[in-house]
Ligand binder design. Structure first.
Ligand code: MIG
Length: 830
């Protein structure tokens, strides 16, 4: 009989059957009693969704609770006080526990209890409840104030996937009128996902467009905000999956996958920030990047030969535009064979890389997954000998065409392959390569798009076809890269960047948003994507500044540099068939403005680095959308232009040509215009002039913003003093400064310094207190303190009990003084 379920979509593409669920079950029972003796095909029932029945039983095993309707089983695991995991086994058999996203499931909840009454079972932690309704197996969650945050609209269900020999698995929850949705990684659509249906299947999406779906990454994690309360759902299933946020039916939110388990984590808020932090406790955070990686990176497809690379790097130094990273795209290789060099273009790569390094440039090289089938090529030979490449299910190696021609592909889901691959970087590292760029790892295959479904993967011993491994392939590739580099580079932090990824990829890599286009629309898309990636657990992200394909004019390029200054990752990149695309390529006034902003990037490195620490250590994102600051204001659920960079700096990129002013929303509180020091009251929109040489940047009152002197690259010279910009406040505000070696893993042994500043003031005085924790001692001795926005003329300054007579009051009212980096308290008095 011909399959009635098409390959792509469940046959019942409607998420919710119109017929009553109970009735469906009756039909099933009746039919089961009837036996066709002569024509078995007559007895085949149409494929329909099956729903959980009624829970008749509960068992407890430690922090795990099991409920069953007699056949299907549901497991409820208390992970922390705020996180509960739910799993469904349609016929009572759970899969082995294994997840690439959650390396180790911690059991941190101290208290949890199972309650039962006539209506429900209830698993309760100190802060949340998971209710299992007896009448219909509806699962819902509530907080300790009995406020229900999430509830099933129909019981969890499944449908036979005959092409797979397993089940599509579904979960459908109630979607409230005012509910908004955020997250899901890199989707190029409105920031608020309400009303959208989206798919997760890593895809090479050259010149993608607004609303195109899916793109390169699969992050099955979303945050709901309803009536001011947030919760998250992390659907840890690597199969092709979909999410529907009230698109098909405005009253329902669903997520489902083509196979695998229905397994999700409910993550309680009540604040969006709490949800993101908890998501990071499951999937991990980004390690501290090498400090240089926070600088500016220059890329192109491709800079070659060596003389061209040198011309570009010289261009930066001659134009006095800071730059740290220089990239070699695929043409550096010999016939696109990974781990080889085209010796005609690069006769002595080691020498070139060390010369670049002497001039402050770190070389990053691209490495793709496709390995050319070529018995004279060492990497292929090793992979073939050891059977490291992916096999089809009929047991021959899977082949596909990519840049090198006919290729086979390492199975990065095999730990042995990852170790081997990681070791291959040895020579590149010995040559001085500082970072690796992983591309095409969706995986992309010319023509076919990606691997066939039947390709087998080792999946860390848990076995998988490509259906299951596809979305994690890229993540495991960059994991292998990162772990290999880390091993080889010993105590030095590697830099990695990947195109594809799955939840948890942030433990191993930064990402860029892929092949965007040089258009104003793409500037907007990139702005949204970076904010979205940030709340989806991927902090170190950026766009191809200028747009990968097409030609930006000077204005668009400059506006993009401005936005990129406030992207966690800042890299310009362009396709091979485009015109020169360096920050000086457009002439004046663009070059000067680009320089000013890239310099600003470098000045703010200690601020960005401290924010990175907040991410790494505490799970805060680097970019924070407005809704994350004020989720209780419904209008903020739709703001997607402005965002904060860390906690203290608010920016709004200019994303229209010729725009001379624009409105910017400032959250409640007082803000300083970064350029003019004008003080503005937040909680409303303000109109800001936006001539090309500037963009809206605001600093929260009371902030201490640390600044490094402008250098042409990180570490160009020893820092003699750190500037602290202190913005006046009349309420107490805390700021942080994180310092360490900037390139080693000593921070894992607590060798770092975490400084805390507390600023407070009134009409007569301003005080700044500093406290420190940690074992690191920076080499500079003093601070250059710059106090902004004092409402009085300072008469006296007292630092650690002593009068400071040496200070300057500038015409703009700022006050400057120098003092020891070890100060405890400075008071500025009228
Ligand atoms: O098929 O390596 O997104 O950044 O320059 C194109 C060449 C392959 C796609 C990447 C792009 C890179 C390009 N790559």
């Amino acid at each position: 009989m011909e399959s009635i379920t098409p390959n792509e979509e469940p046959v019942n593409n409607k998420l919710v059957e119109s017929e009553n669920i109970v009735e469906t079950e009756n039909i099933v029972e009746e039919e089961e009693e009837f036996h066709h003796l002569n024509n078995p095909a007559d007895g085949i029932k149409p494929i329909i969704k099956k729903y959980l029945g009624t829970p008749n039983h509960a068992d407890q095993l430690g922090n795990k609770f099991f409920f069953t309707d007699g056949d299907a089983k549901v497991e409820v695991v208390v992970v922390t006080d705020l996180i509960i995991r739910v799993r469904l086994a349609p016929h009572g058999v759970f899969l082995d526990e294994f997840s690439y996203a959650v390396p180790k499931l911690e059991h941190k909840a101290a208290e949890f209890t199972l309650f039962e009454d006539e209506n429900e079972f209830r698993v309760a932690t100190k802060s949340i409840n998971c209710h299992i309704r007896k009448q219909d197996f509806f699962i819902s969650f509530s907080d300790s104030n009995s406020r229900v945050t999430s509830t099933d609209a129909v019981p969890m269900h499944w449908e036979e996937n005959v092409k797979f020999g397993g089940y599509y698995v579904f979960c459908t929850k109630t979607c409230h009128t005012d509910e908004s949705f955020f997250g899901l990684g890199d989707k190029p659509t409105e920031f608020n996902l309400r009303g959208k249906r989206l798919k997760n299947w890593n895809t090479d999406a050259y010149s993608f467009q607004w609303n195109q779906d899916p793109l390169y990454r699969s992050i099955p994690f979303y945050i709901s905000v309803n009536e001011g309360v947030a919760h998250g759902i992390f659907f840890d299933n690597t199969f092709k999956a979909q999410f529907d946020f009230g698109a098909e039916d405005t009253t329902k939110t669903s997520f489902w996958a083509d196979g695998g388990e229905l397994q999700y984590y409910y993550i309680h808020g009540p604040h969006m920030m709490d949800v993101v932090k908890s998501y990071h406790t499951l999937t991990g955070t980004h390690p501290m990047p090498p400090l240089w990686a926070l600088g500016y990176h220059q890329c192109r497809w491709s800079y070659y030969p060596e003389s061209k690379v040198k011309k570009i790097t010289r261009g930066f130094r001659e134009n006095k535009i800071p730059c740290d990273g220089i990239y070699l795209d695929i043409d550096y290789m010999d016939g696109y064979r990974c781990f080889t060099w085209n010796r005609k273009y690069f006769p002595d790569p080691k020498k070139m890389i060390s010369e670049l390094a002497a001039d402050g440039f770190k070389t990053v090289v691209i490495i793709d997954p496709g390995i050319r089938v070529d018995d004279n090529y060492e990497v292929f030979k090793q992979g073939k000998e050891n059977r490291y490449f992916c096999r089809r299910s009929d047991d021959y190696f899977m082949e596909g065409h990519v840049w090198p021609g006919r290729c086979q592909f390492p199975d990065f889901t095999n730990p042995e392959v990852r170790t081997w691959w990681g070791g291959l970087f040895d020579e590149l590292v010995q040559m001085g390569v500082a970072g690796v760029w992983n591309d095409m790892n969706e995986p992309a295959v010319f023509g076919a798009g990606t691997f066939p479904d039947d390709v087998r993967h080792q999946y860390d011993g848990f076995r998988g076809s490509h259906r299951k491994a596809h979305n994690v392939y890229g993540m495991q590739m960059v994991r292998s890269t990162y772990e290999g580099l880390r091993n080889i580079m010993k105590n030095k932090r590697p830099f990695t960047i990947t195109r594809a990824g799955y939840s948890g990829v942030q433990r191993f890599s930064s990402v860029w948003t892929g092949d965007n286009v040089a258009s104003w629309e793409h500037l907007k898309i990139g702005n949204i994507q970076c904010q979205r990636l940030s709340v989806s657990g991927i902090p170190f992200c950026g766009t191809d500044i200028g747009g990968f394909s097409g030609e930006p004019d000077g204005e668009l390029f400059t506006r993009w540099i401005q936005m990129g200054t406030f992207s966690p990752f800042m890299r310009a990149h362009s396709a091979g068939d485009t015109k020169e695309r360096e920050p000086w390529s457009f002439g004046e006034p663009y070059t000067a403005i680009n320089r000013k902003f890239i310099e600003l990037r470098y000045r703010l490195i200690p601020y960005l680095y401290s924010t990175f620490w907040e991410h790494h250590r505490y799970g805060f994102p680097i970019l924070r959308p407005i809704v994350m600051h004020e989720q209780d204001v419904k209008l903020n659920h739709y703001r997607q232009d402005e965002f904060t960079y860390g906690d203290k700096i608010l920016v709004c990129p200019v994303m229209e040509p010729g725009q001379t002013k624009r409105n910017v929303y400032l959250p409640k509180g007082k803000w300083f215009n970064f350029w003019t020091y004008e003080i503005l009251e937040g909680g409303k929109e303000v109109t800001v002039p936006t001539p090309l040489e500037t963009m809206p940047v605001f600093v929260k009152a009371g902030s201490v913003i640390p600044e490094y002197p402008v250098m042409q690259y990180v570490g160009q010279h020893e820092i003699e003093e750190v500037k602290l910009n202190i913005y006046y406040t009349d309420y107490e505000v805390n700021s942080f400064l994180f310092e360490d070696y900037g390139e080693t893993f000593a921070y894992e042994q607590d060798i770092y310094l975490e400084k805390k500043f507390v600023v407070n003031g009134n009409s007569r005085e301003l005080s700044i207190q500093q406290s420190m924790e940690g074992l690191y001692t920076p080499r500079y001795e003093g601070y250059h303190i710059n106090v902004i926005g004092l409402p009085f003329k300072p008469g006296k300054i007292i630092a650690d009990g002593k009068v400071v007579s040496d200070f300057i009051v500038n015409p703009d009212g700022t006050v400057e003084l120098k003092f020891s980096k070890n100060f405890k308290r400075i008071e500025i008095l009228r």
